[in-house]
Ligand binder design. Sequence first.
Ligand code: CTP
Length: 406
Amino acid sequence: MTLKDKHIVLGITGGIAAYKSVMLLRLLMKADAEVQVIMTPAAKEFVTPVTFSSLSGKPVISEFFTANSGEWHSHVDLGLWADLMVVAPATASTIGKMANGIADNMLVTTYLSAKEDVMIAPAMDLDMWRHPSTQRNLTQLQKDGVLVISPGEGSLASGLEGKGRMAEPQEILDEIERYFSSKENLKGIKVIVTAGPTYENIDPVRFIGNYSSGKMGFELAGEFARRGAEVTLLTGPVTLETPAGKIKRINVSSAEDMYIAARSIFPDMDIAVFAAAVADYTPEIKANHKIKREHEEEITIRLKRNPDIAASLGASKKNQITAGFALETDNELENAQKKLKTKNFDFVILNSLRDPEAGFMKDTNKVTIVSKSGEIEAFEAKSKREVARDIVDILEKAIKEKSETL
Ligand code: CTP
């Protein structure tokens, strides 16, 4: 695969494996990528910047300023320029800094400014690799969405044998190519994701809502966009930023508004994921004026049923693949299977409120995906970003199978 027009920031940290990054850079250049090398001060103790600048055709960046000219290197610009940042080798120290936002060098500041994905290839001694601190930092980075290329086993610079050897340059290149080719996986596919809560007005200043943060839906929209899909993100009121990529965001407030918008978009879609926590009921009468305290001793708000967006669109579906969520407290699997039928879903993503890692306002989720054909796949508790990857993997497979049979 060619990496033409791909901008890669290659971060090099101070480990003996830095010599292998010379080969990685050569492979990237051979694949036609445009590479900007950033070295930490310690990395320069292992390989000279001249080696990397000659191979990449660009001066290596290492300091915030060029000493004699005073030219400032903007980590913000680099973060925007990069289609991918690859840190290889990533030492235990840099991994710790990245996991904790300790931005005392150009490499970590660029990491914090990176808009696109970041990949790391750890390299260290076996005991450092095993240390709980390293493992904790790696888990944190994975939760933050960083892609980790596992080190291999073998002889280490310390003379010991074991895990900690940086992946070979060719393996890292393969990962990079796989990453970019997956960006094309859903090219041309149109996806709608509903997200967030809905607000059902009682009067102009009060509403009935719920605790949905919208995070799961936003992560899904981001993941679809990263794979090249054209995404419409139809969201209730949330405070989240729209993820990067080709995402058209439509903000709505009530279930009724969400229903009207979804109905007009759905016929044109290939995939729909219903991640919104839609209010099931709405006040029958919405007061035009603020309800005043002095008027009544007691008031009753009568509620009427809202449209079921997923069920209504599910009933009208043609070739679309649809998936919805089921947040349950008991009889989880049975209820999930019921929703699969009533809403005509191809997949139901079940979270149980009995799992402490699942549910509203959390950064993690623990899901079981149940398919129309009866398969049940239970996943570990993961960050919502990782859960989004698992869900999109399944939907991507389903749409590919469908297009093969059509
Ligand atoms: N859903 C929807 N429109 C609604 C209610 C739910 O589109 N009015 C979607 C949700 O986005 C979710 C799925 O249907 O994907 C299941 O939502 P849930 O609230 O669990 O289901 P309900 O049908 O409301 O069932 P109940 O609350 O009784 O469990």
